[in-house]
Design a protein around this ligand. Structure first.
Ligand code: 5AD
Ligand code: SF4
Length: 421
């Protein structure tokens, strides 16, 4: 979501005559696009601001946008007096106002809903992977999560608006569409004639575009995995066989305290249904360890589910108490030391899953999407349909971004392959 917001901010500023620089001391305008989901992310923003305010030109405008802006509000100006603007994740389209009035301080952390999408200019050049938000905000209220506060209540964008963005992306360079939302599979839009559109409708419509070869979406809430969405994995080959569906914990007791779906059997049933429509599908998850009151037994259940579902490409975090959340006030907070030990143990399991899956790919042929040239300049990095990195020798001639690659080697972090001519 932040990559998308960053791209849109850059496109908007280009319209105002700005160009990008890598060098802080050259910049006339410096924007930090920020995340506040864990305390560490917020702390990084303030330490970066400390560095930037010393390095920048005296006249340069400096500001923060995104979730830290929303969380800090006017307090950000007190902490960093050099700040010129503080704009929340739903008001960064107001950025041109500070360019017009550089001598003011601009604060806007309103939850403007979907207003920003109407005001942002379309991209004139889209990267190979286009991120397209379909909904913003979240109604789920997991007790650890600051998102319902920073991004507000859940709102789905009109179906036609999303499809227009997809068509524009396909005409300006995109080959892969990644639909985004904090609760992406909760996408529901009813038009003026009462017709209901769901995420599966967006996927079906997008798949009709010849320029688009790969479709994926993130992040999914387990109980919103409706049958129409499960079935489309079996019928739409452009939809990648890889799904991020966070479980967060393997303990029903902790899931209840997290205000998350706590029926582990129901979760496993969804995985089973997905595998029955497409047997090569793989699942990834996010995990939180050290949630308040998590016992050794609760944590063992998390390890067990990670082993059983064989999640790949997963993310694991130490629980981080956040302002405006219920869990921050819960008793029996877990010590940092215990959180660190649990995170290490979970990561061992997740790395083992990844290594095993990567090894199982050796000998297979996969259609992969070009991502970048590696640091040495001698290799190209591709992404497999499972988002693994696959490294190939750089051919002498220019090649198309989609290539059939035979996997020749693997380790925990990436694959090696050869382009099949
Ligand atoms: N502490 C740790 N991890 C968190 N996440 C969200 N809030 C917190 C928190 N307070 C994680 C969840 C979520 C991912 C985006 O960030 O795992 O899925
Ligand atoms: Fe946060 Fe995701 Fe839970 Fe929504 S579903 S409250 S975004 S963790």
């Amino acid at each position: 979501m932040n990559v998308y917001d960053g791209q849109r901010i850059a496109a908007m500023l280009e319209k105002h005559g700005f160009t990008q620089t890598e060098n802080v001391s050259d910049a006339d305008l410096i924007i930090l696009n920020t995340c506040s989901v864990r305390a560490k992310a917020t702390d990084k923003v303030y330490s970066a601001l400390g560095r930037i305010r010393r390095a920048k030109k005296e006249s340069a405008l400096l500001g923060i946008v995104g979730c830290v802006a929303r969380e800090s509000g006017a307090d950000a100006f007190r902490r960093i007096p050099e700040l010129n603007f503080v704009l929340g994740p739903q008001s960064y389209h107001k950025l041109p106002e500070i360019i017009k009035n550089p001598d003011t301080k601009l604060l806007n952390i309103d939850l403007g809903g979907l207003e920003k999408f109407d005001e942002l200019p379309q991209m004139t050049k889209t990267p190979l992977v286009a991120y397209i938000p379909v909904q913003e905000g979240c109604n789920h209220c997991c007790t650890y999560c600051i998102v319902p506060y920073t991004r507000g209540r859940e709102l789905s964008r009109p179906f036609n608006d999303v499809i227009n963005d997809v068509i524009n992306a396909s005409k300006t360079g995109a080959i892969e569409i990644c639909f985004l939302g904090q609760n992406v599979n909760g996408y529901r839009y009813t038009d003026e004639n009462g017709k209901l559109y769901k995420l599966s409708d967006l996927i079906r419509e997008t798949a009709k575009l010849p320029e688009i070869s790969r479709i994926r979406f993130t992040s999914s809430y387990p109980t919103e995995m409706s049958d129409d969405l499960i079935e489309i994995f079996g019928t739409e080959p452009k939809l990648l066989p890889f799904l991020n569906m966070p479980i967060q914990s393997g303990s029903p007791r902790i899931l209840k305290k997290m205000n998350r779906p706590d029926d582990i059997d129901a979760y496993k049933t969804i995985v089973k249904k997905l595998k029955s429509v497409r047997n090569d599908i793989q699942i990834s998850s996010d995990f939180i360890v050290g949630f308040p009151d998590e016992s050794d037994e609760d944590f063992e259940q998390t390890l067990n589910i990670a082993r059983e579902i064989k999640y790949i490409n997963s993310y694991s975090f130490k629980y981080s108490p956040r302002p405006h959340t219920a869990a921050a006030l819960m008793s029996n907070q877990i010590s940092e030391q215990i959180k660190s030990v649990r995170l290490q143990r979970l990561d061992l399991q997740l790395n083992e899953n990844q290594r095993e899956f990567n090894m199982s790919c050796i000998g297979k042929e996969m259609i992969c999407l070009y991502e970048s040239v590696d640091k040495t300049g001698r290799h190209l990095v591709f992404r497999t349909p499972y988002m693994q990195q696959c490294i190939v020798d750089k051919p002498n001639e220019d090649i198309a971004p989609l290539q059939k690659i035979k996997i020749t080697d693997a380790n925990k972090s990436c694959l090696r392959g050869e382009i099949i001519k």
